[in-house]
Design a binder for this molecule. Structure first.
Ligand code: PMV
Length: 318
């Protein structure tokens, strides 16, 4: 082949972010309508100074043209070569075209990596197991985020809501109706900094880590049950409780807190920050008849973009 193509989509964490880095379970949602496509082909130029890959980013989320691969993507290309037995250091151009805004807790780095891995496998005619694809994406994620739990790497390739626990995932049973509204605060947060902030806090006060992880695991368990039993009210309450837990740990922002309050004020069943934090997105759960008001109030409170993910659409894949 002269061109390889790969695709992946965004993700949102329903509950359990940050605690999942310490081994407790998390619930994650694929966002099928926010995708990225990678096209990999032989470079017509000399490639960048360090060989391997040069990049062009296109699409609405990334207007800039980037000609150097990040450290994570460079490592990904090297790992792919080593693992899949590609000889030499081929000069490749990779074009990433997508609309997943970076730094918003939507898994853009994992989705970009997965799309690239699949494009390279397609270009070199290699069959990839899911495990190998996951391992390669994790190679890049660990460089980008410091220490990544793996929840992003799995969910950007999943078609149904997942329970992720210690590197393993299983599809969740979904008995609920409802809509998730994802609202972008317009401000990027660094997952690496957020993970580090929490670790420093735990280092200063040993008991805080145990308290945080116990509460997180309890809320995740209760939310999983509410989701399975079709109790969106209980699910929403656990989401708002989890937001309070993350906010108390210093991982929210005043704009995000305002957006969460606005969603709840408009009749949302629950709302929280999602992903790494220190910026990024709010995830709100609502009944369809309140969706217009909730989205409207989120925009009033500063959201620059909103997306709707119906639970039914996700459940139909499960
Ligand atoms: O911000 P995102 O989309 O990279 O989500 C990160 C989720 C964390 O739990 C904060 C980190 C991780 O590795 O699980």
């Amino acid at each position: 082949r002269s061109v390889g193509i790969g695709r992946a989509h965004a993700k949102a964490i329903l509950l359990g972010e940050h605690a999942v880095v310490y081994g407790t379970p998390a619930l994650a949602l694929p966002i099928p309508q926010l995708t990225v496509t990678a096209s990999a082909g032989w470079s017509s130029g000399a490639g960048d100074a360090q060989g391997d890959l040069s990049f062009t980013m296109t699409g609405s989320a990334s207007r800039a043209v980037v000609t150097q691969a990040s450290d994570g993507l460079r490592r990904l290309a090297a790992a792919f070569r080593a693992r899949m037995g590609v000889p030499g250091r081929p000069h490749l151009d990779v074009i990433l075209d997508g609309a997943i805004p970076p730094g918003r807790g939507l898994g853009s780095s994992a989705a970009n990596s997965r799309a690239i891995v699949l494009a390279l496998a397609d270009l070199f005619g290699r069959d990839l197991s899911e495990q190998t694809a996951f391992d390669l994406v994790q190679t890049a994620e660990n460089v980008t985020h410091g220490r990544a739990s793996g929840v992003d790497a799995v969910t950007v390739g999943a078609s149904a809501p997942l329970l992720f626990h210690e590197g393993r995932s299983q599809e969740l049973s979904v008995g609920c109706e409802g809509l998730f509204i994802i609202a972008d605060s317009g401000t990027a947060g660094s997952t690496r900094e957020a993970v580090e902030l929490l670790r420093e806090g735990f280092g200063r006060e040993a008991a805080a880590q145990g308290r945080f992880l116990r509460r997180a695991a309890q809320l995740v368990g209760e939310a999983q049950q509410a989701l399975a039993e079709g109790d969106p009210g209980a699910l929403g309450e656990r989401m708002s409780d989890y937001h309070r837990l993350l906010a108390a740990a210093g991982l929210s922002t005043s704009r995000i807190d305002t957006m969460v309050e606005a969603a709840l004020g408009a009749g949302s069943l629950g709302a929280k920050i999602t992903g790494g934090g220190l910026g990024g997105c709010v995830l709100a759960l609502t009944q369809p008849e309140r969706a217009r008001q909730v989205a409207g109030q989120l925009h009033e409170a500063g959201a620059v973009q909103t997306w709707v993910v119906p639970l039914r659409r996700l459940a139909d894949h499960a």
